[in-house]
Design a protein around this ligand. Structure first.
Ligand SMILES: [Zn+2]
Length: 56
C-alpha cells in the first residue's frame, strides 16, 4: 500500500474504438428533441451507433 495515488488513470473519456471498416469511432454530441445525446460515429463510413461498443 505504498504507491497508489498518482498513476491511477480512470478509463472514461479516452477510450478508442474502431469500426469494422477500419475507421476510428468518435463520440459526438447530438441534440434530439431538446435533449443532449452522445452518439458514436465512425469518421470513415459515417455509421452512427448509440455506443462505441456497438461497432464491434
Ligand atoms: Zn466505419
Amino acid at each position: 500500500m505504498a504507491q497508489a495515488s498518482k498513476n491511477s488513470r480512470t478509463s472514461s473519456a479516452t477510450q478508442r474504438f474502431y469500426c469494422s471498416c477500419g475507421g476510428e469511432v468518435k463520440m459526438k454530441t447530438v441534440f434530439e428533441n431538446g435533449k443532449v445525446k452522445n452518439m458514436a460515429e465512425c469518421e470513415k463510413c459515417k455509421r452512427l451507433a448509440r455506443r462505441p461498443s456497438d461497432f464491434r
